[in-house]
Design a binder for this molecule. Structure first.
Ligand code: PXP
Length: 241
């Protein structure tokens, strides 16, 4: 079964809009877990405009479900994750001013850098994943870096799904197969939602984990967090029927 990791950055974005502690990010992490999330994802950016480094320290001891920290492996990010020691770190090549992650790694150009970073994370006992597009060569070369998994960047799927689901999912089916062939686990994320998730999880196999933030938290405004987490879990379960 594909695990659902809930990205709680958006909760922090709302909190930061007012400067106080409402909504409480730590409570949201604990509640997501209580409501059935099989993982919590955070993406601390250098300017801490959503999740702050302190949030990451606060969340780790309070949750037992899988903790995934995403980010660009700057020195300060690496220091943070090696101290906190989450279950998984997802390396993302996002520029400090990027609105959101908008591209995967070039695993050929950045092979040496990624290899060194991944080696140091593994020495700290942390599973690694690298954010990547569907280019088969780059996926195969991801294995050379020593990473455990790749996370497929699904925004192109979400955009194309509206027009032609079959065509939209095909590059991801092939990408997951290629990753599997070279021994990598497969995660996926970005713009997955209640409309497009089941179709993705039905055809992209193996699929270890999806991390979902923006749509899930937005749905929760209407339907409630507990309900919405159950709805996303149901989509993943139904994809495997
Ligand atoms: N994966 C990565 C690497 C991301 O940066 C994000 C967004 O922070 C997500 C997954 C989740 O994307 P979304 O918020 O669109 O569900």
């Amino acid at each position: 079964m594909t695990r659902l990791s809930v990205n709680i950055n958006k909760i922090a974005t709302i909190r930061n809009a007012r400067g106080g502690n409402v909504p409480n990010v730590l409570k949201a992490a604990i509640d997501c877990q209580r409501f059935g999330a099989e993982g919590i994802t955070v993406h601390p950016r250098p300017d801490e405009r959503h999740i702050r480094y302190q949030d990451v320290h606060d969340i780790k001891p309070e949750i037992v479900t899988e903790f995934n920290i995403e980010g660009n492996p700057t020195d300060s990010f690496l220091e943070l994750v090696k101290t906190v020691k989450p279950h998984q770190v997802t390396l993302v090549p996002d520029a400090p001013d990027a609105l959101t992650s908008n591209a995967g790694w070039d695993t050929i150009t950045h092979k040496d850098f990624l290899t060194n970073v991944i080696k140091s994370l593994k020495e700290s006992g942390i599973r690694t994943s690298i954010f990547i597009g569907t280019d088969i060569e780059l996926i195969k070369r991801a294995a050379d870096t020593g990473t455990d998994r790749v996370e497929l960047y699904t925004e192109p799927y979400a955009v194309d799904y509206i027009v032609d689901p079959e065509k939209a999912v095909l590059p991801f089916v092939k990408a997951a197969e290629a990753a599997h062939e070279v021994g990598l686990g497969v995660n996926a994320g970005h713009d997955l939602d209640l409309n497009n998730l089941k179709y993705f999880a039905k055809y992209v196999k193996p699929l270890d984990e999806v991390s979902i933030g923006h749509a899930l938290i937005s749905d929760a405004l209407y339907l409630g967090l507990e309900n919405v987490i159950q709805m996303y879990l149901r989509e993943l379960r139904d994809a495997n029927l």
